[in-house]
Design a protein around this ligand. Structure first.
Ligand SMILES: C[S@@+](CC[C@H](N)C(=O)[O-])C[C@H]1O[C@@H](n2cnc3c(N)ncnc32)[C@H](O)[C@@H]1O
Length: 265
């Protein structure tokens, strides 16, 4: 079992093509992901599968079978919350936390890409951003969103690699070390807070809690040249030691660890 598999839950999932023109694509993806391909006519409920991966001609989406009456989740960098954050990007605490100011545009590895929202904000600020995502399904949704984004815009500073960040950082050469490593690991929630948005609930159901977050943070401290930024719920304990700088928002905060502080090493 790979390190990736060891950290992730394995939901029951099937692939569905929503029309004839995407049947070949759906069949290819199903065999690559080792998932069953079922027809749209198949009756499925949460008793059969936790998720359905919908292959549509416009997007690839994830349907939670417990939420069949809600829209499936797919990544659209140009609409909704992403578009709003693109406009408001420069104001964000995130920009301050990574040290993006004026002409200073640090190179960033977002080691926990998820839905790609934070990475997209950082790329829009002009930073060179590499997203790492270990979930094959999330990486597929991200790549789908990224491909559509790149066909509509000339943004070329946002890239994706599907790999566990611990192994990626472990193999990182000296010349490829980024100035900043950004982490937003899944925080173990014990209550079903209404504040946790649908997409995040689905993401959690898909990937589970990130129980190796501390090891990832320690690895990031060894590899970032200038700082490591960790997003946490506002009232949560810091992941590592006391951060050097904290930027607090209403629900979350960014803990900043400066690399020249030898205490972390
Ligand atoms: C809370 S989400 C991140 C949300 C993201 N910041 C956004 O703006 O959409 C955490 C994501 O990090 C991924 N992840 C956690 N640990 C990882 C690791 N070691 N390597 C790669 N991906 C990881 C999880 O699979 C999950 O998709």
């Amino acid at each position: 079992m790979s390190q990736t598999d060891a950290c992730q839950i394995q939901p029951r999932m099937a692939v569905v093509a929503t029309s004839l023109i995407v049947e070949n694509q759906a069949s290819l993806l199903a065999s690559q992901l080792k998932l069953p391909l079922i027809s749209t006519a198949t009756h499925f409920t949460a008793d059969h599968y936790d998720f359905i991966l919908l292959i549509d001609s416009a997007y690839i989406a994830l349907q939670d079978t417990k939420l069949l009456n809600t829209k499936p989740v797919y990544i659209d960098f140009l609409a909704g919350k992403n578009a709003w954050r693109q406009k408001a990007g420069g104001q964000e605490l995130l920009a301050k936390a990574v040290g993006c100011k004026g002409a200073n545009k640090p190179s960033i590895i977002d080691a926990t890409a998820g839905l790609g929202r934070d990475a997209f904000v950082l790329a829009n600020l002009g930073c060179e951003v590499l997203m790492l995502e270990r979930s094959a399904i999330m990486a597929l949704l991200l790549q789908d969103g990224l491909t559509r984004l790149k066909s509509h815009s000339n943004l070329d500073n946002l890239q994706l690699v599907q790999q566990d960040a611990l192994s990626y950082l472990d193999q990182l050469s000296e010349s490829n070390r980024p100035e900043v490593i950004y982490l937003d690991p899944m925080y173990p929630h014990r209550t079903k807070s209404a504040l946790v948005k649908k997409e995040m609930r689905i993401l959690r159901a898909l990937v589970g809690d990130d129980q190796d977050a501390l090891a990832l943070c320690q690895q990031a401290i060894q590899k970032a040249k200038k700082r490591v930024v960790v997003k946490r719920p506002r009232i949560a304990e810091p992941l590592l030691a006391k951060p050097d700088i904290v930027f607090s928002g209403n629900n979350s905060r960014f803990d900043v660890y400066l690399i020249n502080n030898q205490l972390y090493k």
